[in-house]
Design a protein. Sequence first.
Length: 181
Amino acid sequence: MMPRHVQMGFIERFLVLAVYAIAMSIVLPTMSRAQSPANVKEAMALLKAKTAKLGAPGIKGEDAVAGKQIPALYFGTTKMNNDFTVVDEVKQEKGGTATLFVKSGDDFVRVATNVQKDDGSRAIGTVLDPKGKAFAAIRGGGAYYGEADILGKPYITGYEPIRDAGGAVVGIYYVGYPKIQ
């Protein structure tokens, strides 16, 4: 028979390992699901549905975002520039990150986002990488789903064009999840 202090050590170690195993069985599938292509598509569908409820997309004048005058992106009568309601709802319901970009000249500028810069502030006013695959896909009129570098960090992403009533690309819908290394 083992001394009591040895038995307790064994039991405590067993309980710690059991709790750890249960926690990992819950956390790991959730983490891998978060960055799955299916979840990116679900989050994109949610972002598009939430904006569609507001009305048709369009540009109405200009507005200041992070100190820059850029086109004002609207869905119906709701101005999206500096309004984080929709992107934060998507994050709350699906996790990850969400952004609405507006076309400004040759760039696409983040006007509503929960993507964060290194200092923790929202990355509004920053532009989509013009050398990235997503930029090329949108410029070609299509969508992009796959890996992308977001402000220096790898993400599993989805980008789709926002089109006005005439079919012109006026912005981009984005959702993404940090890539688990």
